[in-house]
Design a protein around this ligand. Structure first.
Ligand SMILES: Nc1ncnc2c1ncn2[C@@H]1O[C@H](COP(=O)(O)OP(=O)(O)OP(=O)(O)O)[C@@H](O)[C@H]1O
Ligand SMILES: [Mg+2]
Length: 494
C-alpha cells in the first residue's frame, strides 16, 4: 500500500505482468491458506467470502484465475461464471468439499476448467494453479487462432465455415485447453478422429503423445494389455514388461475410438483409472500413476448403447462431461463444395495437374446424401479425378456424382459369397461403369492393366459372363458399391 498525497491509501496497484487470482470461500482459514499458495505461485490475489463480495472484486479487476468454493452463503460459486467478462478470459477452478463426481462434472459443464476437492494438498493446488496459468495463455492463443481461421473457413486441419461447424469450433476451443474428458459423437466419416487430434493439439498436452486405439478393431483380449501394459511372465509369451498406452501417453491424450466396443469388464477398469489416476499392469499389483486425458468417440447413440448394455452407465456419465456432436456432411451446406475443391487441389498438387469441377458437378454434390460423410466425399473426389479425362478449354472437366436415385451402381452381394466371386463381380461392374474402358477400370480398381486383362481372361475361361443381371447404381465416392444382404439366415456367419 502506498500513501497518497492527501493521506488516502491507494490499494490497487498491480503489476500487469503478474497473473491475478480471485479466491472465494466463506471459510477464512481456507482463504488464508489458498491465498498463501497462490502468492507463492506468483499471483496477485483478491479475496471474497460470498458472491456479493466476489462481484465487487470482479468489477475491480478481471482475474486470470477464479478459485471458488461451490457452496457459498448467498448461492453457488459457479454462478460467477456467467458474470465474467468473456468466458475465455478467466480460468475457473471450483473447490468442493463434497467429493462427488456429479458436482465436479456439473461445474465443468458450467464452464469451470478444473476442480479441487477439500482438503486439497499444497502440491495439488500448485499443479492446478500452474495449469490454469498455462491454460489462460493457451486460450489467448486459441482466441487469436480462431479469429484468423474464421476468415479462412477452417479450424486447424478441420475445414468448413457452415454454421454447424462454427458451433463445433466453439465447443472445441472451449474444451480443448481444459482437463475435461471429451466424448465425440457422429456418423462414420464425419471427422471424429480429426476433431480428437485437434483437441489434443490445442491443449497443454500437445508436446506429449496422442495415442489412438480403435476398440472395434483390436481383439477384445488385447485391448487390456494395449491400454495397461503387462508384467513380465504375466502370460505365456510375455517375456518382458510391456508399457501400455496409459504409461506411454503420460502427460498426453488417449483417443478411444468406438468406445462402445470395449468389453464391459475393461470399461470398469477404465472408469477406475479415470477416477483414481492410477492403474495396474496386467499380471502386476503395483499402482502406476498416470496423467492422461481421455478423448472417446462413437458413431452410435451413446445413450442407446447404455440401454442396450454395450456401454456402462457410470462410464458414460464420466465420459459425457463434454459431449460434442459432429454434424453429418449433408447438413454442412457450402462446406461440401469447399471440401471437394480442397480434396481436388490435393490431387492436382500431387500430380501436377489442373483438373477442375464443372459447375454442374459442383451443383450435384448437394443432391447426394453422403452416408459416408467427408470420407466418402474424399474418396469420390479421388476417383472422379482419375476418371476425368475430358479436355475442356485446356482444363479437364470432372464428372459429377449422381444423385442417389439416378442411374446408380449397386451390386448386391449376399453374405457368405466366396471372395473370388466378389472380386469377379466387382471387377465386371467397374468395367461396365467405366464404359468398358479397361485402362480406366484398372486405375479405379487399383490394379495394373495386365492384372485386369489376366482376370478378364480367367473369367471368360469360366464362361460366366453371360446372363448376368445386376441391379446397378452409381454412387459418388464408391464408384461401385456392394450392399450385403443377409436375407438367407443360413448364409449369415456366426
Ligand atoms: N472437416 C474436415 N476437413 C477436412 N478433412 C476432413 C474433415 N472431416 C473429415 N476429414 C477427413 O475425412 C476423413 C475421415 O475423417 P475421420 O477419420 O476423422 O472420421 P471419423 O468420424 O473418425 O470416421 P469413423 O467413424 O469411420 O472412424 C479423414 O481423412 C479426415 O482427415
Ligand atoms: Mg474414426
Amino acid at each position: 500500500m502506498a500513501p497518497h498525497a492527501n493521506g488516502v491509501f491507494v490499494v490497487s496497484i498491480y503489476r500487469s505482468d503478474m497473473a491475478h487470482a480471485l479466491i472465494v470461500d466463506d471459510d477464512t482459514d481456507i482463504l488464508d491458506w489458498l491465498q498463501e499458495v497462490a502468492r507463492m505461485e506468483g499471483f496477485t490475489v483478491a479475496r471474497a467470502q460470498c458472491l456479493r463480495e466476489a462481484r465487487i472484486e470482479l468489477g475491480r479487476q478481471r482475474p486470470d484465475v477464479l478459485l471458488t468454493d461451490l457452496r457459498l452463503p448467498d448461492g453457488q460459486g459457479i454462478e460467477l461464471v456467467d458474470e465474467l467478462e468473456g468466458p475465455e478470459s478467466t480460468e475457473v477452478i471450483v473447490v468442493t468439499g463434497h467429493a462427488t463426481v456429479d458436482s465436479a462434472v456439473a461445474a465443468l459443464r458450467a464452464g469451470a476448467s478444473d476442480y479441487l476437492v477439500k482438503p486439497a494438498e499444497v502440491e495439488r493446488v500448485q499443479v492446478v494453479l500452474r495449469r490454469a496459468k498455462k491454460t489462460s495463455a493457451l486460450r489467448h492463443e486459441i482466441g487469436a487462432l480462431r479469429e484468423e481461421l474464421r476468415k479462412l473457413g477452417r479450424f486447424g486441419r478441420i475445414l468448413g465455415s457452415s454454421p454447424r461447424m462454427q458451433v463445433l469450433y466453439d465447443q472445441l476451443s472451449r474444451v480443448a485447453p481444459t482437463s475435461a474428458t471429451v466424448l465425440l459423437i457422429g456418423e462414420s466419416g464425419t471427422g471424429k478422429e480429426l476433431a480428437a487430434h485437434t483437441v489434443h493439439e490445442l491443449s497443454r498436452r500437445r508436446d506429449a503423445p496422442f495415442l489412438p486405439l480403435n476398440c472395434g478393431a483390436v481383439a477384445p483380449q488385447l485391448i487390456e494389455t494395449e491400454l495397461f501394459g503387462h508384467e513380465r511372465g504375466s502370460f505365456t509369451g510375455a517375456d518382458r514388461q510391456h508399457k501400455g498406452f496409459f504409461e506411454r501417453a503420460n502427460g498426453g491424450s488417449i483417443f478411444l475410438d468406438e468406445i462402445t466396443e470395449m468389453p464391459m469388464e475393461l470399461q470398469v477398469k477404465l472408469l477406475r483409472v479415470l477416477e483414481t489416476g492410477a492403474f495396474t499392469r496386467v499380471g502386476g499389483t503395483a499402482q502406476v500413476a498416470s496423467d492422461v486425458r481421455i478423448i472417446a468417440a462413437t458413431n452410435r447413440d451413446p445413450q442407446k448403447a447404455v440401454t442396450e448394455g454395450k456401454l456402462r452407465e457410470d462410464l458414460f456419465h464420466r465420459l459425457n462431461v463434454f459431449p460434442i456432436h459432429l454434424p453429418p456432411l449433408r447438413e454442412r451446406g457450402v462446406d461440401m463444395e469447399q471440401l471437394a475443391l480442397f480434396f481436388l487441389e490435393e490431387q492436382n498438387v500431387a500430380e501436377g495437374t489442373r483438373k477442375s469441377f464443372s459447375r454442374d458437378a459442383l451443383a450435384r454434390l448437394y443432391q447426394h446424401h453422403w452416408p459416408g460423410n467427408v470420407r466418402e466425399l474424399r474418396n469420390y473426389v479421388q476417383r472422379a479425378y482419375i476418371m476425368a479425362d475430358e479436355v475442356v478449354e485446356g482444363e479437364i472437366a470432372m464428372s459429377a456424382p449422381a444423385a442417389k436415385s439416378d442411374d446408380a451402381t449397386i451390386i448386391t452381394i449376399h453374405v457368405g459369397t466366396p471372395l473370388a466371386e466378389v472380386e469377379r463381380r466387382v471387377t465386371l461392374a467397374t468395367l461396365a461403369y467405366c464404359g468398358q474402358v479397361k485402362r480406366k477400370a484398372a486405375q479405379v480398381l487399383g490394379v495394373s492393366l495386365k492384372t485386369l486383362y489376366n482376370r478378364l481372361e480367367a473369367y471368360n475361361g469360366k464362361g460366366s459372363l453371360a446372363g448376368e443381371q445386376e441391379p446397378i447404381e452409381v454412387l459418388p465416392g464408391e464408384g461401385t458399391r456392394e450392399v450385403a444382404h443377409a436375407t438367407d439366415p443360413a448364409a449369415t456367419p456366426r
